[in-house]
Design a protein around this ligand. Structure first.
Ligand SMILES: Cc1ncc(COP(=O)(O)O)c(C=O)c1O
Length: 365
C-alpha cells in the first residue's frame, strides 16, 4: 500500500457500470444496453469526421466556435451561452466540480441517471437521493428536501432509466421553489424523442433565470456516442465559471465537425424521430401482451418489470436473453432489481427480442 492520500469521498464511489457490449452464444449481438440509436449516424456526419483524418496534427478549436454557432442557430439560442463537453457526462461533472464541494448537498431523484451521484461524490459533496412518486420525479419531495446546503439539483427529463418525464409546469414549480443558491440542472439528453405540448427542453427557463442550466447530448438520437459530444446552455455567469475549469481542448476536432454536420442533416433527425414513434409503442404493446409490466416511456428505451418468481425474474430473463446474444440493461445498481431496460433496436431486432422474451415466458410458465 502506498502512502498516497486520496481525496475524501473518492473511495466511496461505486464506479459507473456501462451497458454490456459482449454476450455469449454464437448469435449476432443485439446491444440494447446503452440507449444508443440503432440507426447509426448521419452520412453527412461520417463524411465530416473522415475529412478531419488529414488534420489530426492540429489542435482543435478550443472554443468549438462552429459547433456552438450551429447549435445556437438550430435551437434559437445565444452561442455565447453554450459550452460543449466531452459528452454531457463531462458537462455534468464540471457543474458539480464548480458548484458542489465538501459540506454541500447535491439533489437528484431516487432512480436518477447514475453519473449525478458520482459527480457529487467525486467533489466531496453529499449526494441526496429524493424519493420518486410512481417512478417519476416528485417535485414536492425535492422541494421539501432542498435546504441551505443544497447547491445543485440534477433532473433528467425524461429520466434514464425510468423513461418518465415531468411537464414544463412542474419543472417551473421546481425552479421557483428551490433556494436561489441552488443550481437546477435540467438534463435533456432524450429531448429529441419527446414531442408533447406539455414538455420543453428547458432552454426557455435558462433564459429566464440565473440558476438554471440545460444539458444536451449528441450520443442518443444523433448517433455520435463514440465521439463523446455534449453541451450545455447556461446563464453567462455559469458559462464563465465552467470555461475556467474545463480542459482547454475538451472537444476533439472530428467530433466538432461531425456535430456541425449532424445538425445540418434534418432528414436524418426526422426519420429517427419517426422510427422511434413507430416502434416504441409497438415494443411496449408487445411486451405488455406477454404479461409483463411495462412502464410507459418518453424516450428510446423501455423499463420492463418481471415477476419476482423463481424462473421468471428479471435476472432469469437477462441470462436467457444474453444466451441469445440480446443484451438489455440490468438495473440492480439503480435500485430496480426486478426490471430490465431495453433500448429500441432495428425493426428485425425488436421482433427478435419479442420472440426471445416470448420463448422465455413460455418456458417459465
Ligand atoms: C440522462 C442522461 N444524461 C446524460 C447521459 C450521458 O450522455 P453522454 O454520452 O452525452 O455523456 C446519459 C447517457 O446515457 C443519460 O441517460
Amino acid at each position: 500500500m502506498s502512502t498516497l492520500k486520496v481525496s475524501p469521498g473518492i473511495l466511496d464511489i461505486a464506479p459507473y457500470i456501462p451497458g454490456r457490449s459482449t454476450a455469449e452464444g454464437g448469435k449476432r449481438l443485439i446491444k440494447l444496453s446503452s440507449n444508443e440509436t440503432p440507426l447509426g449516424t448521419s452520412p453527412l456526419a461520417i463524411e465530416a469526421y473522415r475529412r478531419l483524418a488529414t488534420e489530426l496534427h492540429r489542435y482543435p478549436d478550443g472554443a468549438s466556435h462552429d459547433l456552438r454557432d450551429a447549435l445556437a442557430a438550430q435551437h434559437g439560442l445565444d452561442a455565447e451561452r453554450i459550452v460543449c463537453g466531452n459528452g454531457s457526462d463531462e458537462v455534468i461533472s464540471l457543474l458539480a466540480a464548480a458548484y458542489a464541494g465538501p459540506g454541500d448537498e447535491v439533489l437528484f431523484t431516487e432512480h436518477a441517471f447514475a453519473v449525478y451521484k458520482i459527480a457529487a461524490q467525486a467533489n466531496g459533496a453529499t449526494p441526496v437521493e429524493v424519493p420518486e412518486a410512481g417512478l417519476t420525479a416528485d417535485v414536492d419531495a425535492l422541494l421539501n428536501r432542498a435546504g441551505p446546503n443544497t447547491r445543485v439539483c440534477f433532473l433528467a427529463n425524461p429520466n434514464n432509466p425510468t423513461g418518465t418525464y415531468i411537464p414544463t409546469s412542474e419543472v417551473q414549480r421546481l425552479r421557483d421553489g428551490l433556494p436561489a443558491h441552488t443550481l437546477l440542472v435540467l438534463d435533456s439528453a432524450y429531448a429529441e424523442y419527446l414531442h408533447r405540448d406539455d414538455y420543453a427542453d428547458g432552454a426557455q427557463l435558462v433564459d429566464q433565470h440565473d440558476n438554471v442550466v440545460m444539458t444536451r447530448t449528441f450520443s442518443k438520437i444523433f448517433g455520435l456516442s463514440a465521439l463523446r459530444l455534449g453541451w450545455m446552455y447556461a446563464p453567462t455567469e455559469v458559462i464563465d465559471v465552467i470555461n475556467r475549469i474545463r480542459l482547454p481542448f475538451n472537444i476533439n476536432a472530428p467530433a466538432q465537425a461531425a456535430g456541425v454536420a449532424a445538425l445540418g442533416d434534418a432528414a436524418f433527425l426526422d426519420s429517427a424521430v419517426a422510427f422511434n414513434e413507430k416502434w416504441m409503442p409497438w415494443l411496449e404493446q408487445q411486451l405488455a401482451d406477454l404479461g409483463l409490466k411495462v412502464h410507459p416511456s418518453s424516450a428510446n428505451f423501455v423499463l420492463v418489470e418481471f415477476p419476482d418468481q423463481p424462473g421468471q425474474s428479471a435476472e432469469n430473463a437477462y441470462q436467457h436473453l444474453l444466451a441469445q446474444g440480446i443484451i438489455p440493461r440490468r438495473l440492480d445498481n439503480y435500485g430496480l432489481p426486478r426490471c430490465l431496460r431495453f433500448s429500441l433496436g432495428l425493426a428485425d431486432e425488436n421482433e427478435e427480442v419479442i420472440a426471445a422474451i416470448k420463448a422465455f415466458r413460455e418456458r417459465a410458465d
